[in-house]
Design a protein around this ligand. Structure first.
Ligand code: AMP
Ligand code: ZN
Length: 112
C-alpha cells in the first residue's frame, strides 16, 4: 500500500533500525521506545490489523519471532510483553499489523 508507513519500510523507501528480517517478516526498533527494548515485528504483506489476519502460519511466526528476539536480546528469563493494538480503542495508530515486543523494565497491569 503506497501511503502506508510500514509498507515503505518493507520496500526500503524508509530505512528503520532493522533487528530481524526473513521472507515474510521485518522487525525494527520503535522510534519512540516505551522500554529499553521496543521492537515492532511486521508482516511484509500489508494487513491492516489483527481483524484481517487469516493466516495462522504468519500469526505463529510473528509470535515465535518475538520470543526469539526476546531470547536474543537476553530477556527470555527476566520477561517481556507482546502487544497487538487493534483499531481506535486498542490504541492502534499505524494501520499495518505489527506486534510490539517490550522488555527491559517491569511492566504494569492493567495497561493504560
Ligand atoms: P500502534 O500505536 O500500536 O499503531 O504502534 C505504532 C508504533 O509505531 C508506535 O509505537 C510508534 O512509536 C511507532 N512508529 C511510528 N513511526 C515510526 C517510525 N518511523 N519508525 C519506527 N517506529 C515508528
Ligand atoms: Zn502497509
Amino acid at each position: 500500500m503506497t501511503d502506508c508507513l510500514f509498507c515503505k519500510m518493507v520496500s526500503g523507501e524508509i530505512k528503520p533500525d532493522v533487528v530481524f528480517e526473513d521472507d515474510r517478516l521485518l522487525a525494527f526498533r520503535d522510534i519512540h521506545p516505551q522500554a529499553p527494548l521496543h521492537v515492532l515485528i511486521v508482516p511484509k504483506l500489508h494487513i491492516a490489523n489483527l481483524n484481517e489476519l487469516d493466516d495462522a502460519d504468519l500469526g505463529g511466526r510473528l509470535l515465535q519471532t518475538a520470543a526469539g528476539l526476546a531470547e536474543q536480546f537476553g530477556y527470555a528469563e527476566s520477561g517481556y510483553r507482546t502487544v497487538f493494538n487493534c483499531n481506535n480503542d486498542g490504541g492502534q495508530t499505524v494501520h499495518h499489523l505489527h506486534l510490539h515486543l517490550l522488555a527491559g523494565r517491569r511492566m504494569v497491569w492493567p495497561p493504560g
